[in-house]
Design a protein. Structure first.
Length: 149
């Protein structure tokens, strides 16, 4: 059934690529492929969290958090300053939120001032605070102040 052929092969073996002087790119992990850091319901943290990745808070955080994407679960609670690219809130947040995008689900309870470019507040969400846009919307008139005479 199987036999070993002792005759030299006439097939050519693949040769090494020539050095063209160009660097080949190495594959890197996409940020979406990395799982978020999850703080469970029974966890209480007093202090700061800072990461270039994603964080999901199901417990309680007394302090500031800085992340690429932050998700606050329904049982989650944050009392502090949040700085992130995207924030999804299903639980309770008290403090200040600075993000490109903020989304509040219907179970959200937010007592915070917001600085954002994109804001979604679902029907049923509780929000008490001040909203400020990070950038002016396109076509917005420039603010001109008159000098005092």
């Amino acid at each position: 059934m199987f036999s070993k052929n002792n005759q030299p092969s006439t097939k050519s073996t693949p040769s090494m690529p020539k050095d063209t002087g160009k660097k080949l790119s190495t594959p890197t992990r996409s940020k979406t492929a990395i799982a978020p850091s999850i703080l469970s319901r029974d966890l209480v943290i007093t202090g700061e969290i800072s990461t270039d990745g994603d964080v999901q808070i199901e417990g309680r955080l007394e302090g500031n958090v800085k992340a690429t994407t932050l998700t606050v679960g329904e049982q989650g609670s944050i009392n502090g300053k949040i700085t992130a690219g995207k924030v999804l809130i299903r639980g309770k947040v008290t403090g200040k939120i600075t993000a490109n995008s903020i989304e509040m689900a219907e179970t959200a309870n937010v007592l915070a001032d917001l600085v954002q470019d994109h804001l979604i507040i679902a029907n049923g969400a509780f929000f008490d605070g001040k909203c400020t846009r990070k950038t002016k919307p396109p076509g917005a008139p420039a603010v001109v102040t008159k000098p005092k005479t």
